[in-house]
Design a protein around this ligand. Structure first.
Ligand SMILES: C[S@@+](CC[C@H](N)C(=O)[O-])C[C@H]1O[C@@H](n2cnc3c(N)ncnc32)[C@H](O)[C@@H]1O
Length: 287
């Protein structure tokens, strides 16, 4: 019978031949999930025989990974800011660099009185739910155009007991009717689709083939959502309220100009751990 160690060695080879990066790590994480173990616990179970049903599930997972499906969709979950989030192909996989926006909102909240936050393009609900867990008493509304994404977000909110603090709304932020139905917030946060139509074809296969295009491609110049959110901010953001955006590579200057031309001040840009500008923050001062 095949043992854990033999299975890992064989599957590492399989994934390497398919061109998967870090094949051993992938092989271990997939097997650990199937056996209900933590990855490091596999090391204490090298001689454990693998049952037929486990072998079958493992083979299916490896075949999916071999076709470049992201590991997180196969595992069905991903960690964000120390919390576990359910993910599937209807939601963007939460990225580690998005954790930065949480740090900046938390630090801002420590100095200002904030009661209501709007998260635009909530996806798995990772930002909204994390803020509800991290910041006392704040009320969050979180909007997304995808009903399938919102059903995952609602499940994540139940799992983290934030249902009384996070309200999910289905809608398109470009719809006037939706904007009219929103209230006014002290803070707006958004990690919107910001890949331009022309850059979208250059994304990695894992991203392009498996993650929802609607979460990534703005079908325009990469600034469509920033422009829209800033333009409607006089209707949905209180005076002295703040917007926090996650931004893409080299987008900060143009977004700062849009903020400037709409009466925003105190514009700040923050870099991520790879030294890439990743978060922009601005305060609604006039209008
Ligand atoms: C980049 S993802 C962000 C997901 C999550 N907030 C995160 O940070 O990982 C953008 C999200 O915006 C949503 N979206 C796309 N177009 C939208 C629109 N017109 N109105 C509202 N949400 C939209 C997508 O469904 C997707 O969930």
């Amino acid at each position: 019978m095949l043992t854990v160690l033999e299975a890992i060695n064989l599957s590492t080879e399989y994934l390497r031949n398919k061109g998967i990066e870090s094949p051993r790590l992938n092989a271990e994480l997939l097997l650990a999930e199937i056996l209900g173990l933590k990855r490091l616990e596999l090391y204490l179970a090298f001689d454990r025989p693998i049952q037929e049903n486990e072998k079958l599930s493992y083979r299916q997972s490896l075949q999916r990974r071999g076709k470049f499906e992201p590991l997180q969709y196969i595992l069905g979950h991903e960690e964000f800011y120390g919390l576990e989030f359910i993910v599937n192909q209807n939601v963007l996989i939460p990225r580690p660099e998005t954790e930065l926006i949480i740090d900046h909102i938390k630090s801002y909240f420590s100095k200002q009185k904030i009661e209501k936050v709007l998260d635009i393009g909530t996806g798995s609900g990772n930002i909204a739910i994390t803020l509800a867990k991290e910041i006392d008493k704040v009320q969050i509304e979180a909007i997304d155009i995808s009903a399938q994404a919102l059903s995952i977000a609602a499940e994540n909110s139940r799992n983290h007991n934030t249902e009384s603090r996070v309200r999910f709304l289905l809608g398109d932020i470009f719809s006037e009717e939706i904007v009219e139905s929103l209230s006014k917030y002290d803070c707006i946060v958004s990690n919107p689709p910001y890949i331009s139509l022309s850059d979208y074809p250059d994304l990695q296969i894992e991203v392009k083939q498996f993650e929802p295009e609607i979460a990534l491609n703005d079908k325009s110049d990469g600034y469509k959502f920033y422009r829209r959110i800033i333009e409607i901010s006089n209707r949905i953001l209180n005076l002295n309220g703040t917007i926090f955006f996650e931004i893409g590579y080299s987008q900060s200057e143009t977004i700062a100009e849009i903020f400037n031309s709409h009466g925003f001040c105190d514009i700040k840009v923050f870099k991520d751990h790879s030294n890439i500008e990743r978060v922009i923050q601005a305060v609604r001062c006039t209008h």
